[in-house]
Design a protein around this ligand. Structure first.
Ligand SMILES: [Zn+2]
Length: 351
């Protein structure tokens, strides 16, 4: 079971929770997933794979599903997704570094581990260091997997391996020992050292098609209008699409706050009414925008308190009025009327 004090595995920044079911949760990579499942079912898993493809097309999700399959204790060759081993493989422990709870699923990544853990005085600024390979990979590789079944190293951005790190890794990559596997994630294959390339088997991950992107974006609650706007800009990467949609949404929230404040400063109430009328009818969006305005007033109130200014009370009152509007929208008031009402009361209170 997923214990307290842990967070579920997440896809990208600011995204909704994603609970992985092995392989079935990976959209649009039938060829790559098929290759992996075939290896697992046949019991002939190559010990050093490299997943190649641009950022944000499912390489890491596939690596996590692959790790589940290797450590699963339920007897399912492609991973059951439900046993304790499967769950711990994809659940990150709290704290730094953020790594899976399962001790045999090991992340290797430039900058993931604090310098002192690696016996370094400085962070790994440019390259994945030989210190990390020694500490995180080689020291453990000398022992059998903790829980007996298998150990898997997932190397993020393997193209960042330094030459000395790669050299230190080569022998283990060739003969990793029983039940030890490597998956190297590579999004810029031209930068990968050839010594590493020649010792790993490539699994290709293609850019995602538009329909797959639509499905992924919709599952993150992004409006269909926004989906169609970002798809042509994201070059087949779900991560890029989610980041674009995120950036756009935060720009819109900022614009809402700016325009509301401008309208409140205007001499007559026509500007406030026009502002309310110009808002969209999507309640979820209006609610998010109002939330940003509430945060703005709460912050101003806090700052005024710190400066011991009388205006603190006024900002607190504005904050209350915005919260009232949010609750009106939640209680099914028309968004335009709720904003209109809020704007008029804000003017009356502060004018
Ligand atoms: Zn399992």
């Amino acid at each position: 079971m997923r214990g307290a004090g842990s967070t579920p595995y997440r896809l990208g920044r600011g995204c909704t929770r994603l609970w992985l079911v092995p392989f079935e949760a990976i959209f649009g990579q039938a060829a790559a997933v098929g290759t992996l499942e075939q290896m697992l079912r046949a019991g002939r898993v190559h010990h050093a794979l490299r997943f190649e493809g641009i950022e944000g097309v499912g390489k890491e999700m596939a690596a996590m599903a692959f790790a589940q399959a290797l450590v699963c204790t339920a007897g399912n060759p492609t991973g059951c997704g439900g046993c304790s081993a499967c769950e711990r493989a994809v659940t990150m422990g709290e704290g730094v570094p953020s790594v899976p709870l399962h001790p045999d699923v090991i992340f290797v990544e430039r900058g993931l581990y604090p310098p002192e853990v690696l016996g370094r005085t400085r962070p790994e600024a440019q390259e994945l260091s030989v210190d990390q390979i020694r500490t995180v990979v080689l020291e453990r590789a000398a022992f059998p997997p903790h829980e007996g079944k298998a150990r898997i190293y997932i190397v993020r951005r393997a193209e960042e391996l330094s030459i000395s790190a790669a050299n230190a890794l080569l022998k283990t990559l060739e003969e990793p020992g029983r039940n030890t596997y490597f998956v190297l994630l590579v999004s810029r294959p031209a930068r990968l050292l050839s010594t590493i390339r020649s010792r790993t088997l490539r699994v290709r991950f293609a850019p995602l098609g538009d329909d797959v992107l639509r499905k992924i974006l919709a599952s993150h609650g992004i409006s269909s209008e926004e989906v169609e706007r970002v798809i042509p800009l994201c070059a087949g990467s779900a991560t890029a699409a989610l980041e674009l949609a995120d950036a756009h949404a935060s720009e819109q929230r900022e614009a809402f706050v700016r325009q509301a404040l401008e309208a409140l400063q205007s001499k007559d109430s026509a500007a406030a009414l026009a502002f309310a009328d110009s808002q969209g009818r999507d309640k979820a969006v209006v609610r998010l925008h109002l939330g940003a305005l509430a945060v703005h007033f709460a912050r101003q109130a806090r700052e005024a308190v710190l400066r011991q200014e009388l205006s603190a009370r006024q900002f607190a009152l504005r904050h209350e009025l915005v919260l009232q509007a949010i609750s009106d929208v939640e209680r099914n008031a028309s968004p335009v009327l709720a904003i209109e009402n809020m704007m008029l009361r804000l003017r009356a209170e502060t004018g």
